[in-house]
Design a protein around this ligand. Structure first.
Ligand code: SAM
Length: 283
């Protein structure tokens, strides 16, 4: 049995997400992110719908990936503008974009927007990969208009702890350990939801988690492609061989294989609306 605690969290080889690993130019990245969106978009949309989205809202999606959520938001806000922001926007299809969808290259760790720009900001599976995620969160909260909503969704790794399938559990936990070591990802961050939203002044905060099966599903495909992308590290750090990976791929692509994958842990909160001025007393 591999001892995952032997992996140091980070070292001098750690580089941010998208710089050496999971670059959009990598062969299977479009398919991997499309599968991820296929697994989780309905959960995200249900969460967003609870904010009572208005046609004139200006919205921002941070780390849009293939852009499906930003595209959906643009259809909900025909009189506002929706910005799809990502380090690399090359996977967001140019055809069929609503006219109010603006796609921009943007590094959330260094770039900025004016205070109060957006009625809604969302971001899925991005903050866990940002090494300075707490500082970035404080900055992003300032981009919310008074009364605006923030939805963060990040990974919860806990379904793997109770997995009854040893190889699946071992490879899945090793994937997370490799991402932590190579990119500084923190899959424990979502377990402090939604306290950090309250700490940044947001109100009406909440938390919810969802997880999907892997057997022959979009989630299974995304998880297989994730493992294959870092196959060399899985072998070097955990002795996960090509034969192990082939068996893992068979498992997650087989409709008769029953197990859960990562959870999407969602936290949301609202920037307090501008307090109304007290009406002066008439004497
Ligand atoms: C795991 S993918 C998630 C994609 C999409 N949000 C989804 O859930 O389907 C992470 C995305 O965040 C983007 N990203 C990573 N670091 C970023 C940064 N510092 N600023 C903006 N985007 C970033 C990546 O390019 C990638 O598209």
């Amino acid at each position: 049995m591999v001892d995952l605690s032997t992996v140091k969290d980070m070292d001098s080889t750690t580089t941010p997400y998208g710089h050496l690993l999971f670059m959009h130019s990598d062969n299977a990245e479009a398919e991997r992110l499309t599968a991820l969106a296929g697994a989780f978009d309905q959960d995200t949309i249900h969460r967003l719908e609870r904010f009572g989205i208005q046609p004139g809202w200006n919205c921002l999606e941070i780390g849009s990936g293939v852009g499906t959520i930003a595209h959906w938001l643009a259809t909900q806000c025909p009189h506002g503008e929706v910005i799809a922001a990502d380090l690399d926007t090359s996977l967001i299809p140019e055809g069929g974009r609503p006219s109010n969808l603006r796609v921009i290259a943007h590094d959330v760790t260094v770039d900025d927007f004016p205070e109060g720009s957006f009625e809604l900001i969302c971001s899925r599976f991005v903050f866990e990969h940002l090494i300075d995620r707490d500082a970035v969160l404080a900055k992003v909260v300032r981009w919310l208009a008074p009364g605006g909503w923030l939805l963060l969704e990040d990974t919860g790794p806990f379904p793997f702890d109770s997995s009854p399938n040893p190889l699946y559990r071992k490879v899945s936990k090793a994937i997370m350990a490799v991402a932590t070591k190579r990119m500084g990802s923190d899959y424990g961050w979502s377990r402090s939801f939604p306290a950090q939203l309250r700490a940044n002044g947001l109100i009406h905060t909440g938390i919810h988690a969802s997880s999907h099966g892997v057997g022959g599903t979009p989630m299974g495909r995304a998880w297989r492609l994730t493992a294959e992308h870092i196959a060399a590290d899985l072998d070097a750090q955990f002795g996960i061989t090509a034969a192990d990976l082939a068996e893992f791929a068979d498992q997650v692509e087989s409709p008769s294989f029953d197990d859960l994958c990562i959870a999407s842990v969602a936290a949301w909160g609202q920037r307090p609306p501008v307090p109304t001025m007290p009406v002066p007393r008439q004497n």
